[in-house]
Design a protein around this ligand. Structure first.
Ligand code: ADP
Ligand code: MG
Length: 349
């Protein structure tokens, strides 16, 4: 069942400004997690505020469980939408205990019934012993989990999260986002979350909507947007991506290059090319003359691998750079010439 439907939504803050959101449409099925991802200023928060009922659209509609809750002529107030919110700075009340923070969203329940809701939520987020603590007695990750428990307490039809992990450091962020996904899934929650971090989106979401300048670039499952980006913008937004002019890549076997990503739109490329990610290429020793070769210009240590940049010059194309993710066993150095080949697909890969 479609829980939330956004149709042709547009919003401009001031006359004469570019619209913050332009003709955006997407659907969020019940029990699914959808991420709105885009760089700063791409309209993510505006979309979330529209869904929350904090802004009125200029055109388009938002439908919740079949009922229109936002249109240019009528906006159901936020408190009547059954929507929960988790913001960037999780904004727990500092003077209230964890239990009282969670109880805040349960004012509609008789006092006696609140404990019965709070206990299982604390258990769900793994903090059953923390009910009596104050927010300053919690770590960043624990505060995040309590904020989530508080938002889930009233059983919202849709949970909205705006950059929920941005105040966490990189290490904590990874574990908190995995936990968050697990908690939301266990609860069967329907959630829309906004992030500028592609890692967040890829690891949490069931579906991703990529925004640029208020316009949807692509909507798809995480592997789709990563491996089959709709355009050059999406390809490079989700990580380094090489554009290879394919006419300069003859292969003796006659085989075509296997790559995960699609060709760019015609207006983005002079001639034909393929987009290929650094992890889908490898450096090989080759005596053959018809193999693509490049001179290493840069080697950056990334821990588990080396990010190697090569400058390639081939007949019929301008010099271009290629980035290859290189794993030991052999070392490579700037100034060396290497052949570049598509990395063979591993079984099941
Ligand atoms: P994001 O959350 O992706 O960073 P926003 O939705 O906050 O993007 O902003 C989208 C665009 O709308 C930006 O150009 C921003 O400057 C503009 N904008 C956001 N909020 C307001 C506002 N209250 N008044 C005027 N312009 C705004
Ligand atoms: Mg924002």
């Amino acid at each position: 069942m479609i829980r939330l439907q956004v149709q042709n939504l547009s919003k401009r803050y001031r006359r004469g400004d570019e619209p913050a959101v332009k003709d955006v449409s997407f659907e969020l099925p019940e029990g699914k997690l959808l991420s709105l991802v885009g760089e700063s200023g791409s309209g993510k928060s505006t979309l979330l505020r529209l869904v929350a009922g904090l802004e009125t659209p200029d055109s388009g509609t938002i439908t919740l469980d079949g009922t229109v809750i936002s249109s240019p002529s009528a906006v159901t107030p936020p408190e009547q939408r059954g929507i929960g919110l988790v913001f960037q700075h999780h904004a727990l009340f500092p003077h209230l205990t964890v239990e009282k923070n969670i109880a805040f969203g349960l004012r509609h329940l008789p006092r006696g019934e609140r404990a019965g809701v709070i206990a299982p939520l604390l258990e769900l987020v793994g903090l059953e012993k923390f009910g009596g603590r104050y927010p300053h007695e919690l770590s960043g990750g624990e505060r995040q989990r309590i904020a989530l428990a508080r938002a889930l307490a009233p059983n919202p039809r849709v949970l909205l999260l705006d950059e929920p992990f941005s105040s966490l450091d990189a290490r904590l962020r990874q574990s908190v986002r995995d936990e968050t996904r697990a908690i939301l899934k266990q609860r069967g929650a329907t959630a829309l979350f906004v992030t500028h971090d592609t890692g967040d989106a890829l690891s949490i979401a069931d579906r991703i909507v990529v925004l640029k300048g208020g316009v949807v670039q692509q909507e798809g499952a995480p592997p789709e947007v990563y491996h089959a980006p709709a355009n050059a913008y999406v390809a490079s937004f989700f990580g380094t991506c090489n554009f290879l002019p394919v006419h300069s890549l003859p292969h003796p076997s006659g085989a075509r290059i296997l790559c995960h990503v699609g060709p760019p739109r015609p207006e983005e490329a002079a001639g034909f090319g393929v987009w290929v990610r650094p992890e889908d290429l490898e450096l090989v020793r080759s005596e053959k003359t018809d193999t693509l070769t490049g001179v290493i210009t840069k080697v950056s240590f990334r821990g588990a691998y080396l990010e190697v940049t090569l400058r390639c010059e081939t007949a019929g194309s301008a010099p271009f750079e290629i980035s290859v993710r290189h794993h030991a066993p052999f070392m490579v150095h700037p100034g060396e010439t290497w052949a570049i080949a598509p990395r063979p697909r591993r079984h099941g890969g």
